[in-house]
Design a protein around this ligand. Sequence first.
Ligand code: ADE
Ligand code: ZN
Length: 318
Amino acid sequence: MVKKAELHVHLEGTATPALVRQMAARNGARIDPATFKSDGEFAWTDFWDFLSCYDKAAAAILTKDDYRTVTFDYLARCAREDAIYVEMFSSPDHAAEVGMSYADHLDGIAAGIDDARTAFGIEGRIIVTCVRHFGPERALNVARKFVATPHDYVVGFGMGGDEAQFHPRDFAPAFNLVRDAGFPTTNHAGEFGGPESIRACLDELPVSRLGHGVRAIEDAELLEELAEKKIPLEMCPGSNVATGLYKSRALHPFKAFMKAGAIVTLNSDDPPFFATSIGHEYTEAARFYGLSEADLTGITRNAIRAAFCSETLKEELL
Ligand code: ADE
Ligand code: ZN
């Protein structure tokens, strides 16, 4: 089995509907019934509705121990699919919404990473993430906490959310603060924003990777530049199909990025929302893009080389 590594998955978006219900029950919390469809799966209609459903599901992660459970549960699933390393976005803003401190949030995740390493030998690290549509002030607040509270497992800073809101330059103070503290960053760009959104991100923010970046396919010069500058792309084909960006995996431009010489990785983004997993992304990429085992191993190596963890850990993983 090909070993896998994942760089782009939202921890709050990994909790299955069953786990969300279980955590709500154990905390005596009420979940908005509109979170689920009648078959029990998450209910959402388009990308923006997905973001709102994500918030509702995240609101069931109420304690440090819940974060530990969500992390362990996710890493256990990944380990069963031969993943050896997972970098997880986690959002202190979502934790704060339910009254959890920045430190408790991270300590809960770290305990889950430790549990999973002991049980399965899998490694995990955290990318602290701000949310674009929550606005630049909240992003700067997360960045300030990030630099003031170093944590062994926190390896970088990121931003997800609605790309249509605000401009990357509005987030430069947050990203620059993190960069000046010596940490790498990544940003969702070129998902529901076009190539101009990627260009603006590269011009304004000190990013060393791009979340998605897939819309660079619409601008040949930009695609060439991403390949030339070897900017790793956190590609999420299953997510892009589920949210309606492409009609099918066959129509997703993943293979065109490989052909252009871009540094591509495969990722699940929000697995239970998009009916996927890291293993499924590898299997489907092999099927739809005609990838060999050597190609898939190359993708794993791309991910490990582009990971934000220490060089020592990378050497162990490679
Ligand atoms: N947050 C969680 N998943 C996301 C996605 N696919 N795009 C932007 N923000 C997100
Ligand atoms: Zn994402």
